[in-house]
Write a protein that binds this ligand. Structure first.
Ligand code: XBP
Ligand code: MG
Length: 255
């Protein structure tokens, strides 16, 4: 009998490559609509991604790249409104064709459900972004597959703080070693490990040079039976895609 009862998924970069052609485009659209001359290039966005959370990222940009910007009196609401406009652009983008899921995501979720594993989400992004991605890119009813969708400002401190994973553990009443986190970033790994949850990394484009120290497995993608992952770190045995039997072995080995 395996220890593993629960899979906790990150969203951005893990379920889909949402950052470069999703969130980044939506930020730029919101900036343009607000009459701001800010434009986040693919390269700059990579630097900004070290800060998790869209509102936090906008503040970081102003603090470090646009010190010339004269801040409106009600600065907090200015950032909140700009971010709300960005969220609207992003969710509309998903609704009008969506972004594809990464390889192996649909398969692993289906397999996990067949095996009766409990599912949860732990992400930094805004809740409505998760709903839109699940609904339009996975399946119209797929929000109901997850017992807990922990997202955005639901906790005071975003990743790499452990708060969002601790929230999931408490809400589901599970112990960290019954779970595996599926993440794509160094910040995500630190967050999961901070809560005691073993992490598997499916590296995304922007995060390929992150530090994944402590992860039980690092691969370039979850993979499919005919389309194997490339092993970057850890011991996958004879497995060539991340499936329930591999996750069970990893959970049992890390307990
Ligand atoms: C995701 C984030 C988010 C998204 C943008 O990190 O950091 O800020 O980039 O979404 P993770 P919002 O994948 O580790 O959860 O603008 O809604 O924050
Ligand atoms: Mg991520």
């Amino acid at each position: 009998m395996s220890n593993l009862t629960t899979l906790i998924f990150d969203v951005d970069g893990t379920l889909a490559d949402t950052e470069r052609d999703g969130h980044r485009i939506a930020f730029n659209a919101a900036f343009a609509a607000a009459g701001l001359d800010w434009n986040w290039s693919v390269e700059l966005y990579g630097e900004l991604l070290t800060v998790t959370g869209g509102k936090e990222r906008i503040r970081h940009y102003l603090d470090h790249y646009r010190r010339d910007f004269s801040r409106p009196v009600h600065f907090d609401s200015f950032v909140a409104e700009l971010h709300a406009a960005k969220t609207k652009h992003y969710t509309e983008m998903l609704a009008s064709g969506g972004l594809p899921l990464r390889q192996g995501v649909r398969r692993l979720l289906a397999e996990a459900r067949d095996h009766g594993l409990r599912l949860a989400i732990a992400t930094t992004t805004t809740p409505i972004n998760v709903s839109a991605l699940l609904q339009y890119s996975l399946a119209s009813d797929s929000e109901s597959w997850f017992e807990v969708i922990a997202a955005g400002d639901i906790v005071p401190k975003k990743k790499p703080a452990p708060d969002i994973y601790q929230f999931v553990l408490q809400t589901m009443d599970v112990r960290p070693h019954e779970c595996i986190a599926i993440e794509d970033s160094g910040n995500g790994v630190r967050s999961a490990l901070g809560a005691g949850v073993p992490a598997v990394v499916t590296v995304s484009d922007y995060c390929r040079n992150d530090n994944f120290a402590g992860a039980v497995l690092v691969v370039d993608q979850l993979g499919e039976p005919g389309h194997p992952f490339q092993l970057i770190a850890g011991d996958a045995g004879a497995s060539r895609c991340v499936d329930v039997s591999l996750l069970r072995r990893l959970a049992d080995g890390s307990a």
